[in-house]
Design a protein around this ligand. Sequence first.
Ligand SMILES: NC(=O)C1=CN([C@@H]2O[C@H](COP(=O)(O)OP(=O)(O)OC[C@H]3O[C@@H](n4cnc5c(N)ncnc54)[C@H](O)[C@@H]3O)[C@@H](O)[C@H]2O)C=CC1
Ligand SMILES: O=C(O)C(=O)Cc1ccc(O)cc1
Length: 360
Amino acid sequence: MTDDLPALTGPVEVVGAGLIGTSVALVCRRLGLEVVLRDASAENVRTATGLGAGRSATATDRPQLVVVAVPPAAIAGAVVDALHRTDAVVTDVGSVKSAPLAAVAARVSPADLARYVGSHPMAGSERSGPLAASAALFDGRPWAVTPHADADPAAVGLVESLVVECGAAPLRMDPAEHDRAVARISHLPHLAAVLVAGRLAAAPAEHLALSGQGVRDVTRVAASDPALWQQILEANAGAVLDLLGEVRADLDALMAAVSADAGADLVDILARGNAGTAAIPGKHGGPARPTRSVFVSVPDHPGELARLFGDAGEIGVNIEDVHIDHDPGRPVGLTELVVEKGRAEHLLAALESRGWTTHR
Ligand SMILES: NC(=O)C1=CN([C@@H]2O[C@H](COP(=O)(O)OP(=O)(O)OC[C@H]3O[C@@H](n4cnc5c(N)ncnc54)[C@H](O)[C@@H]3O)[C@@H](O)[C@H]2O)C=CC1
Ligand SMILES: O=C(O)C(=O)Cc1ccc(O)cc1
C-alpha cells in the first residue's frame, strides 16, 4: 500500500486524544502498531484507552512518529515539546498551517525543525472528543501534507505513510497556499452555515416545523465547537477576511438584484452557485460526476431501511449518499438516495417493481 514510502512501524504517540487524535490512534492500533496517548485531560486518555486506542504514554517511550492533535492555539507548543522530548518525526493535524509553523520555527533548532512536517486531514465532524472518534473517519478523504522548505524528505514520507494507512489521499501543499485553500473550502462554508443557522436560533416554532433536508444540509457544521472555530479563524484571519470582503460585495449585488426585480442579474448569481457546486471534485478526488436524488417512502419498521439498501444492491446501483427525513405525523420516513444520474431511472423503475413507493 505504501510501496515507495518509509514503513510506519510505530510506536506512534498521539498528543490530544480527542476526535481526530483518537481516530488516528484507532487506525494505528488496527494496523497492529503500539500507540501511546497523551492529553491534558486524564479522562480523555482513559476514554480513548477504553476504546482500544492505545495506552497512556510514559517517560521512557521512544515513538517513531508523534501526531499532535490538540486545539489550534496549543499546537505550536505541543509540537515544540514533542521535538524537544523525542527524536521522532512530528506531525500535527491542525486546520491552519502557516502560523504554527512560524511559531515552531522560532523556537527549535534547524535540525529539530527538519523532523516537523505539518498535515491536515480534510475529515472530521461537528462533534468532538474521543467518543466521536472512528477508525473509518479518514476513508477516501483528502489529507494535506504541508512540508516547509527544510523538511527532511524521509520525515515527509513517513507522514505520507500515515495518511495512506489511514485510508486518505495525501495532497502535498505549501503551508500558505493550504491556508488560502481551507479559507475557501472550509472556513468560509463554516461561517456561511453559522450565519444561516443564526437566523434559526430564535425563530418561531411554526417556521422551524417546516424544516426539511435543505436547511439541515446548509447548517450541519454550525453545530461545531465555538472554541475550536474561534481558534481556527483567528489563526487564518487574513485569508478569511479576504474572502469575507468578496462575499460582502456579492451580498450587496444579491440584494440589489432581488430588490430591483432584476431577474437576469438574479439568474446570473444563481447560476454562479450552480457552477460552484459543479466545480467540487467527486468522492476520492475524481472529477465531479452528475448525481440525481431518488426519493423513496420507507415504512417506520425495523429492517425496512436494510431491505431498501439490499434491493438497491441487488438492482446494481451504487448509493453515493443518503438522507432520511421523517414525515411529521406519519409512520414513514422519506429516504433520499443520491445515485449516479444515468442510473436513477433504472433504480426508480426497479424499486417500483419491487413494491416501493417512489417520488419523482
Ligand atoms: N474537528 C474536526 O472536524 C477537525 C479538527 N482538526 C484539527 O484537529 C485538532 C484537534 O481537533 P479535535 O480532535 O476536533 O478536538 P477535540 O476537542 O476532540 O480534541 C482535542 C484534545 O486535545 C486535548 N488537549 C487540549 N489542549 C491540550 C494540550 N495543551 N496538550 C495535550 N492535550 C490537549 C483535549 O483535552 C482534547 O482531548 C485541532 O487543531 C483541529 O483544528 C482537523 C480536521 C478536522
Ligand atoms: O464536518 C465536516 O464536514 C467538516 O468539514 C469537519 C472539518 C472541520 C475542520 C477541519 O479543519 C476539517 C474538517
